[in-house]
Design a protein around this ligand. Structure first.
Ligand code: DGJ
Length: 716
């Protein structure tokens, strides 16, 4: 009896103790991330998964394991944080101090959790922002200390997440120039898998900061638990996936600390970039839609605004143009019916004119011989034809054959005592240096001041950092990789503040920069220089897991001319549509087709770019692909179906549509037909219920190579 009483009293005491300890709930409409404090006072992650219906249930969960592990504490795996104190001691043990939650905006809450070491004056804040409706959580860290001299940081993750399941699958999206974001999947077993980049400026040439982890099975579009994650950082990143001896998975995300130990002065706050993730129980499709909604509402520059169609001259002329040629291309742009003409590389440099990619970068004056009327003249010509004018720049770079290099070698990243190594004949400017930041800001500022009619910039970045030495940073070379990105952000911030309505395309030799840190300042990005439509289907498919179609530029070009203009246009039309072809060379029927496709696009742009996006049939699983967008009110939808390289006599299943309102009745219309071409799909021009379309589907595929169908659905 006495024993029972003691046991009851002990249990009661434990319960009171647990009840007194805070439970920190990071909550969206679909996800809960819970933290509790254990008996040693450490912050522990108690849960990450589908949201609980009643908050009372949360206390039933075990406290869990340490949420943000440090080197020098009882932790057997890669720490989230490692540093060395003034006395050379490398240990850190963080205890929970306090937390606060505030409403940051309608439907957005920010929770800040303060941790402190008891032996050394070091504080760490974990800051988590939950977007309730969009089901997205952002996580970042602030590190500060009050020691007498600088502390050196060696590991500084933005986020550490723990997941528990029977098995884990990682989907990654790696590649290279012209074959970006190839999707591949592997099971994660004991040990570490790392995805990272150490290329600096063109950081994502091989690997973008994008991943999916699925629990208890491979990734599916429509089913299963999946976490999509990405880092908002335009530089070196690292994701570490580590499975421990108990089959628990930790995901550490942040800046890649490789060659980047950071000396932190007393009271200086080290702010990590944001890790962004969404957790879905409905497969990758719903997770992507969450990220798309979140990006359009909260992250992508002008995510809620319209986008311009354009004609770019890069593939039409490369460096070989003059005012007459450009005026003719602007006529073409107007005839085609696009909103803007975009002048690409090759318009600048006088002492070293930019006739090819070996010289001129850095000298941002119009080449007088080539363009006597300057940019001002071109803007005027474009406006006279009723279109806008956009301009290519690559302001972070310099050719050794340039006046800038001759004048300011100290502004260039290069080893003072070694031969320079080049990538595309160029070098990277030292954006860690405030003078260089002023120069780069000045490139845009001067162009805009002299030519306020410039309506758009394409900001390119063709070289990774390969001569990683900054004259400005002197003995703090290991700060370069971080300070470069901070310098870039400071420039972009200034541009955004002075020219808030200026749309800009983020480009980096194709998809060498694709991250949400940059997309705060850019309205769209160039996914790849590869515009072969058969390849683009895979590239657009890959990026669509993380980025809304609105942010992805897709141009109709002459890559793979064995495919029809219709096929090329139909592929580009699922994103932010542009053209880069010699319009004059188009036969009459093709020109008519393009004009009509542009009219269709303008009519449907809102549904395509702002609607809910569904990946219906994967090009990775056969020789066909289908995607669909549905307007927010579900009264309109556009379906894109592509045949790649089908087998003879292949069976062709119907494509079940999705996201429609079952009770609404939709008129089905095949659009983007070549002049004289008859619609090929079944039920064309009939009115059919959403229910039927989602259950029986539509026959959209064929056994023809590189054939496409675009279908418009409109509720009546
Ligand atoms: C690389 C880009 O990806 C291309 O679109 C083009 O702008 C060239 N640079 C120009 O040099």
């Amino acid at each position: 009896m006495k024993k029972l009483l003691t046991l009851l009293l002990t249990l009661l005491a434990a319960d009171i103790c647990a009840a007194e300890k805070p439970l920190i709930r990071i909550h969206t409409d679909q996800t809960d991330l819970l933290y509790r404090i254990d008996d040693q006072g450490r912050l522990c992650q108690s849960y990450l998964g589908p949201a609980f219906r009643s908050p009372e249930d949360l206390r039933l969960l075990p406290a869990g394991d340490e949420a943000f592990t440090t080197y020098g504490s009882k932790n057997y795996f890669t720490p989230a944080l490692r540093l060395t104190h003034n006395d050379g001691n490398g240990s850190l043990q963080l205890a929970y101090v306090s937390h606060e939650t505030r409403s940051a905006a309608d439907g957005v809450t920010e929770t800040s959790i303060l941790l402190r070491d008891e032996a050394y004056p070091v504080e760490v804040k974990l800051i988590l922002t939950a977007f309730e409706r969009e089901n997205v959580i952002k996580s970042r860290t602030e590190i500060v200390h009050y020691e007498r001299k600088p502390v050196t940081l060696y590991e500084y993750a933005s986020s550490m997440l723990r997941l528990g399941a029977g098995s884990y699958y990682l989907t990654e999206f790696t590649g290279d120039w012209a074959h970006e974001v190839n999707k591949s999947e592997r099971r994660l077993d004991f040990g570490k898998k790392v995805l990272d980049s150490s290329l600096g400026s063109r950081a994502n040439m091989f690997c973008p900061p994008l991943f999916a982890v699925t629990l208890d099975g491979p990734m599916s579009e429509t089913e299963g638990e999946v976490l999509l994650g990405t880092l908002a950082w335009t530089g070196n990143f690292r994701f570490t996936f580590e499975v421990d001896q108990n089959n628990g998975l930790r995901i550490l995300s942040g800046i890649n600390p490789f060659a980047s130990e950071y000396s932190l002065r007393p009271r200086e706050i080290f702010r990590t970039p944001e890790f962004i993730f969404t957790f879905s129980t409905g497969g990758a499709g719903s997770a992507s839609r969450s990220l798309h909604d979140w990006a359009r509402r909260h992250q992508l520059k002008d995510g809620g605004k319209d986008r311009m169609t354009l004609l770019n001259n890069w593939e039409a002329t490369y460096f070989d143009f003059n005012e007459e040629k450009l005026a003719a291309l602007m006529d073409d742009a107007a005839e085609l019916g696009v909103d803007m003409f975009l002048l690409d590389d090759g318009w600048f440099g006088n002492k070293h004119p930019r006739h090819n990619d070996t010289q001129g970068l850095g000298d941002w004056d119009e080449t007088r011989g080539k363009l006597p009327g300057g940019i001002a003249g071109l803007v005027e010509t474009a406006e006279g034809k009723g279109i806008r004018f956009g301009l290519w720049i690559e302001p972070e770079m310099v050719n050794p054959r340039s006046e800038l290099y001759e004048k300011h070698r100290d502004w260039v990243l290069r080893y003072p005592n070694r031969d320079e190594a080049y990538f595309r004949n160029q070098l990277v400017l030292d954006l860690a240096n405030p003078e260089v930041q002023d120069f780069v800001f000045g490139v845009v500022d001067r162009l805009m001041t002299e030519n306020p009619g410039i309506a758009y910039f394409k900001w390119d970045c063709n070289s990774p950092i390969i001569n990683a030495h900054s004259a400005y940073l002197a003995e703090k070379q290991s700060h370069l990789w971080i300070d470069y990105v901070r310098g870039l952000y400071s420039v972009l911030e200034r541009i955004g503040a002075k020219y808030p309505d200026l749309p800009m395309m983020l480009c980096s030799g194709g998809g060498g920069r694709t991250d949400y840190g940059a997309l705060r300042y850019f309205t769209e990005f160039w996914p790849s220089d590869n515009t072969d439509p058969l390849e683009r289907i895979f590239i657009q498919w890959g990026y669509s897991h993380f980025f809304p179609l609105k942010s992805m530029c897709a141009h109709v070009t002459n890559w793979n001319r064995s495919t029809s203009i219709k096929f090329r246009t139909d592929v580009a039309m699922m994103c932010k549509l542009g053209f880069d072809i010699i319009v004059k060379d188009l036969p009459d029927d093709e020109l008519q087709f393009c004009r009509q496709a542009l009219r269709n696009y303008n009519r449907l742009k809102h549904t395509i770019l702002d609607g809910d996006f569904y990946r219906l049939v994967s090009p990775y699983e056969g020789q066909h692909a289908a995607m669909q967008t549905v307007s927010a009110d579900r009264t309109g939808s556009v379906v894109f179906a592509y045949d790649l390289n089908p087998r003879y006599g292949e069976q062709l299943p119907s494509v079940r549509l999705t996201g429609l309102a079952p009770d609404l009745r939709y008129r089905i219309r095949e659009i983007n037909l070549m002049p004289g071409q008859n619609p090929r799909i079944e039920h064309n021009d009939r009115v059919v219920s959403g229910d039927y379309l989602m259950k029986a589907g539509l026959k959209l595929f064929s056994t023809d190579r590189a054939r496409s169908v675009v279908v418009e659905l409109k509720a009546e």
